[in-house]
Design a protein around this ligand. Structure first.
Ligand code: SF4
Ligand code: SF4
Length: 97
């Protein structure tokens, strides 16, 4: 699957027409951004990650609005996950189509 093919399938790429697909990915905490401790758990490898519910979504996601409830304190990984990036398009394709 190439970037070109994914992009051609996308009419509009916006977090507003997404179901927070990327918030089901494992989020490793690599810097201190103020994430509340009760949202953090230890991974199998011993690192700190955002806790996730049984269905895979991050515990910090508001399931009614599908928005991040700790946006100003969200992990660095979440800040770097760019809308329209290859990784974003892959997640959208997997979960929205
Ligand atoms: S960054 Fe991409 S995958 Fe994540 S919510 Fe926005 S549009 Fe969806
Ligand atoms: S911290 Fe926020 S942006 Fe990051 S995965 Fe969780 S809900 Fe999504």
């Amino acid at each position: 699957m190439s970037i070109k093919n994914i992009s051609q399938d996308s009419i509009e790429v916006s977090c507003n027409n997404c179901e927070a697909c990327c918030c089901r990915l494992e989020v490793i905490l690599i810097s201190e951004t103020g994430v509340p401790h009760y949202y953090i758990e230890e991974s199998e490898s011993g690192g700190s990650v955002m806790a996730r519910l049984e269905d895979g979504w991050c515990v910090a996601l508001d399931r009614n609005t599908m928005k991040c409830t700790i946006y100003d304190k969200r992990p660095w990984v979440c800040r770097e996950f760019a809308t329209g990036s290859y990784e974003c398009l892959v997640e959208r394709k997997e979960h929205l189509e």
